[in-house]
Design a protein around this ligand. Structure first.
Ligand code: SF4
Ligand code: SF4
Length: 404
């Protein structure tokens, strides 16, 4: 029998050895079968590029078909379902009413508020009026057993709510007064949603951090587990993307980014991730992404001696989470212990990095690197890397999707 303890252990262990499908799908399917249920799920796409759905659909382990066909009863997904129109909206409405308090709601994307929500609609009422995302998400959100925000836009606003935010987009928790499980990522790693959903179906709501993210995935920072951490400690810093060493100086947001990319890794069979591919983490799972994480190739505010405390407070304002204290303390400790050279800290006042063009030429700038394009990492550096829809609608003639 798959206990919660085993589940959590195997979800982590699977990264290194077993595949998730060997662990999760049989245990999940068996557990749900023994309870005689295939929980109904509605998956709404709101204001989004659908990148999180695409990432999830590309899950190789388990294959998305295994998960959707053997474990849950997906009743609505407005991007991939074959049908459309009234049939689709009726399925949505009937599930919301007949399975009230029983269905799970997954939502990708932001909710546009401008013009009373008219910037985003999923269909039309019989009288031709648009059925807005704002109306639908409130209708479904108040009836669902659980609500999962899929991706950074639904969780925190993300790129769709970034300045200047022409649609007045907001994350889910700005319009729903209830608990929301947040699975941020831009896009999400397929495992992040699979593990969260599996925990939800088997054992209920997972332990969440103060931002509403499952701790099993978002418990540690990228920096905590980064194979280049030793370079950070030893002040071996890359001057431009593609160079070996720690990428902090050219914008890595790993110190304030809570997720498991270094250990889980990406690309189907878990074989790589951005830092190992020589490009900085841009902090895509962090509240405020992308405005607070941009420019992507500029580093976080520095700490300096003797003004460590004020600088650390600056970082606090920048990220607005407990991560700030963590990196502030860590950097201060590194400086005090002499691991982070003072001359490096002083040398980071000018923050712009100028990248080589296709010919390898570099515009002069304060941190102009030598004209190298994608140099191979040095061997020694490599070795260290480790009911009813909202009132007013009666039998709408149009809409997206039909039951899959
Ligand atoms: S590359 Fe980024 S995550 Fe890794 S040690 Fe450097 S700052 Fe930390
Ligand atoms: S490495 Fe950073 S930017 Fe890339 S997916 Fe992981 S958290 Fe997001």
């Amino acid at each position: 029998m798959l206990t919660r303890r085993n589940f959590l252990r195997l979800c982590l262990k699977s990264v290194a050895s077993l595949g998730l499908s060997q662990v999760l799908v049989p245990g999940l399917a068996e557990a749900l079968r023994s309870r005689g249920e295939r929980p109904p799920v509605l998956f709404m796409e709101l204001m989004t590029c659908a990148g999180n759905l695409m990432s999830w659909l590309n899950s190789l382990d388990p294959r998305i078909g295994e998960l959707l066909l053997e474990t849950v009863d997906l009743r609505y997904q407005n991007t991939i379902m074959a049908g459309e129109g009234e049939l689709a909206l009726r399925a949505l409405e009937e599930t919301a009413e007949k399975e009230r308090g029983n269905f799970h709601l997954l939502v990708e994307g932001t909710v546009p508020l401008k013009a009373n929500g008219l910037y985003g609609a999923i269909g039309h009422r019989a009288n031709g009026e648009p059925l807005t995302m704002l109306e639908v998400v409130k209708f479904l959100g108040n009836r669902a057993r659980s609500v999962v925000a899929v991706g950074t836009c639904a969780s925190f606003g993300g790129p769709y709510a970034a300045n200047p935010n022409p649609s007045g987009s907001v994350p889910l928790d700005a319009v729903l007064d209830r608990q929301i499980i947040k699975v941020p990522g831009c896009p999400i790693h397929p495992d992040w949603l699979t593990v969260t959903l599996s925990h939800l179906l088997l054992f209920g709501i997972p332990d969440l951090d103060r931002e509403g993210r499952p701790r099993i995935i978002y418990g540690d920072t990228i920096h905590d587990n980064c194979p280049r951490r030793q370079h950070f400690e030893n002040s071996v810093f890359a001057r431009y993307p593609g160079e070996g060493g720690c990428l902090y100086r050219i914008g890595c947001k790993g110190p304030v980014t809570f997720t498991d990319c270094p250990t889980r890794q990406w690309s189907g069979s878990h074989n790589n991730w951005p830092v190992e591919a020589n490009t900085p983490c841009i902090g895509c799972v962090t509240p405020g992404f992308r405005d607070r994480m941009a420019p992507f190739f500029e580093h976080l505010p520095d700490v300096d001696l003797p003004a460590v405390a004020p600088r650390a407070r600056g970082i606090g304002l920048f990220v607005g989470t407990a991560a700030a204290a963590g990196i502030g303390t860590h950097l201060a400790g590194s400086i005090l212990s002499g691991r982070l050279r003072r001359n490096w800290v002083e040398g980071t006042e000018a923050r712009h990095v100028h990248l080589p063009d296709k010919e390898g030429k570099v515009e002069p700038g304060p941190h102009t690197p030598p004209p190298r394009v994608h140099p191979p990492m040095e061997k020694e550096q490599r070795a260290g890397d480790p009911g009813h829809l909202p009132e007013g609608r009666d039998h709408p003639p149009g809409g997206q999707g039909a039951p899959p």
